[in-house]
Design a protein around this ligand. Structure first.
Ligand code: ADP
Length: 318
């Protein structure tokens, strides 16, 4: 049995071999495993939580590389399927000198977009304690129906639903579609993690309390807003507050949010009282901040995600 099942995109990020250049100027690219829900699975496995990933890659060398990468960190991939109709998705990603991230996607379509409802390993979801997913697999059919089928399985089996709306504007047909699509499953989640930028995009206000109030739903038990190096805010039905982040030497923030989610879910599994006990929740958020911070201290997402021992050692030194 796997305590957490994550579902969604698994792809190759191609990152320039030198930093601070545009995609036009990049001399060469290095391949790195990517995809937010897959990063969360890897983060959980590294923290010692039994975890499975569900999704679809191409029946090609990159798909095989991604499967091996997830298995290498201990993620179960029995629910990862291979497409003969489309290639593994590629994203060329560059952090330009002005700090702006530049993306170029190869998804016309890519294998993850062709994930079908009948391919979802529902048995894994039924037996899990958490189901985590994002919005990218909701963008087009048939992966949207596959995601909704998985979500339905989780809801019918009292599996806790965790959702990361994860804004990737370039992948949606329009900003209006992005907003509607990201919000389309909002009512069904127990736990939502958003960033400040996403809250602003979804509500049009930079007053974070007001934005959370507008996006609060009856079913929701916990919303966490990540604030980059400043840490995070938490909101429940009964209390809200802020937990400061950690000052670290950041070299690459890729995957920080996914590491944070892994830390959060890991903490909630170990301390289920944190849903209702503010002191425990603050400790869980502190742990998640530590995972997020450590993820920024090395290049790439999966290689940088820390183990439980690394987080413990880091927190002991603070
Ligand atoms: P996302 O990657 O989704 O945009 P954030 O950048 O807000 O999310 O990062 C998620 C979490 O990772 C933060 O809440 C924080 O705990 C940690 N984190 C991110 N960037 C840094 C940083 N530069 N220094 C320390 N911690 C960071």
């Amino acid at each position: 049995m796997y305590e957490v099942v994550t579902l969604g995109e698994l792809l190759i990020d191609f990152v320039p071999t030198v930093s601070g250049v545009s995609l036009i100027d990049a001399p060469a690219f290095k391949k790195a495993p990517g995809g937010a829900p897959a990063n969360v699975a890897a983060g959980l496995a590294k923290l010692g939580t039994p975890c499975a990933f569900l999704g679809k890659v191409g029946d090609d060398a990159f798909g095989e590389f991604l499967k091996e990468t997830l298995e290498g960190v201990g993620v179960n991939t029995s629910g990862l399927v291979f497409s003969e109709k489309a290639r593994t998705a590629l994203a060329f990603v560059s952090l330009r000198a002005d700090g702006e991230r530049e993306f170029m996607f190869y998804r016309h379509p890519s294998a993850d977009m062709l994930y079908e409802p009948h391919e979802v390993a529902t048995d894994l979801i039924k037996n899990a304690r958490f189901f985590h997913f994002g919005s990218i697999s909701l963008i087009s059919e048939p992966s949207r129906s596959a995601t909704l089928a998985a979500l339905q399985t989780a809801l019918e089996n009292d599996v806790i639903v965790s959702y990361d709306p994860n804004l990737r504007l370039a992948l949606w047909p329009s900003p209006v579609a992005a907003k509607a699509g990201m919000l389309s499953v909002w009512d069904q989640a127990d736990l939502i993690k958003v960033s400040e930028d996403e809250l602003f995009f979804l509500t049009g206000t930079d007053d974070l309390d007001l934005a959370v109030e507008r996006l609060w739903r009856k079913h929701l038990r916990l919303m966490v807003v990540t604030l980059g190096k400043q840490g995070c805010l938490y909101y429940t039905h009964h209390f809200k507050g802020e937990v400061p982040g950690f000052a670290v030497k950041s070299v690459d923030t890729t995957g920080a949010g996914d590491g944070f989610v892994a830390g959060l879910i890991n903490g909630l599994l170990k301390h289920p009282r944190a849903w209702a006990d503010e002191t425990e929740l603050r400790a869980v958020c502190r742990f998640a901040n530590a995972v997020g911070a450590l993820t920024t201290t090395q290049r790439g997402a999966i290689p940088a995600l820390p183990t439980q021992q690394q987080v413990d050692a880091f927190l002991e030194l603070i």
